[in-house]
Write a new protein. Structure first.
Length: 235
């Protein structure tokens, strides 16, 4: 019996119908909503992590089976394993994981999958290989919502190194995005910039505030002092 089948069956041991219904509602799986493509087993994140720990040493072939699953929790489990493996790998191992991850980006297709994995694999790799950051330029203009989210969330790794160039460049390109999930993602990354350098964020806001969705602005200035926050809300 393949381990993929075993992992699926182990995940089912933690599943519940109530959690399945909660996940389907939370991740907007109704027709026409952003998560309409996704299916859920009904497993909580802590339990998915337990299973990932149990199967942390599976092969890339087995991870490939998991990451291509119809079920969000199986894809999540595969990505948790990859993130943990990336953190403990040497340079050659990280490059292998990055190539594997990039090849499977089409399966990183819900916001929980993006946010959990992208900064720690793609983002960290690009920090070490800045010349390859142009992949984010390709992703940010994709018609696919998840690829655009991947682009901006990957820049978080640069923010953590006090390098804001890529985040600000990508954020500016995404200010006219029509998706609320992108408004939140851009605002979130701008807020992370502001936590490290508020002046840099203020300059960006002063230049782009008239083109910025209200949600993006609210997320970006969430950590500002009340007086400064109100100033930008009414500007």
């Amino acid at each position: 019996m393949k381990k993929k089948s075993i992992i699926h069956r182990v995940l089912l041991l933690y599943a519940s119908e109530q959690r399945k219904m909660t996940n389907e509602l939370f991740f907007k799986t109704e027709k026409g909503e952003y998560g309409a493509h996704d299916r859920f087993l009904g497993v909580t994140n802590p339990d998915v992590r337990k299973v990932a720990q149990q199967f942390k040493d599976i092969s890339f072939a087995e991870i490939q089976d998991m990451i291509a699953s119809h079920y969000n929790e199986e894809r999540l489990c595969a990505l948790i394993i990859l993130v943990a493996r990336y953190k403990r790998s040497d340079k050659e191992g990280r490059a292998q994981i990055y190539r594997f991850y990039k090849k499977n980006l089409r399966f990183v297709n819900n916001w929980n999958l993006v946010d959990l994995s992208v900064p720690h694999i793609m983002g960290e790799y690009l920090v070490e290989h800045k010349k390859e950051w142009t992949i984010l330029q390709k992703l940010v203009i994709s018609p696919d919502l998840w690829r655009r989210r991947i682009a901006i969330i990957a820049s978080w790794a640069f923010i953590k190194k006090d390098d804001f160039r890529f985040t600000l460049r990508l954020a500016k390109q995404l200010l006219q995005d029509e998706e609320d999930l992108m408004h939140k993602a851009v605002g979130w990354m701008l807020r992370e910039v502001g936590k490290r350098d508020q002046k840099t964020l203020e300059v960006f806001l002063d230049t782009n505030i008239t083109k910025m969705p209200r949600t993006t602005l609210r997320y970006a200035i969430e950590r500002f002092p009340e007086k400064k926050r109100l100033y930008y809300l009414h500007k």
